[in-house]
Write a protein that binds this ligand. Structure first.
Ligand SMILES: [Zn+2]
Length: 93
């Protein structure tokens, strides 16, 4: 079986040439943070309507961002649960 490393890094291109996908990848953070200009937003929206790859990475990025910023507290284990796990471990040890 031949392993194609190029498939792992689809966005690497020749120096000085930036594809639309690369532009979108670079814009992702600005878009999600709401810091992109209206030109950048227009370009971004037009591109993800045509490009499934960038659309999906936008979805993932947005999900990650919301996990990190807004919903992190829900992910944290409650102190009561943590101490009951500790107690179980001590009982069996
Ligand atoms: Zn794209």
């Amino acid at each position: 079986m031949e392993t194609k490393f190029t498939e792992t890094y689809p966005n690497v291109s020749e120096e000085g040439r930036e594809t639309d996908c690369e532009k979108v990848v670079n814009l992702l953070d600005l878009i999600i943070d709401g810091e992109a200009s209206s030109d950048e937003q227009t370009f971004f929206k037009a591109h993800i309507e045509d490009c499934v790859t960038c659309f999906e990475s936008h979805q993932k990025q947005r999900l990650m961002k919301s996990l990190v910023s807004g919903h992190l507290k829900r992910v944290l284990v409650p102190a009561s649960l943590a101490s009951s796990i500790k107690a179980k471990i001590q009982q069996t040890a």
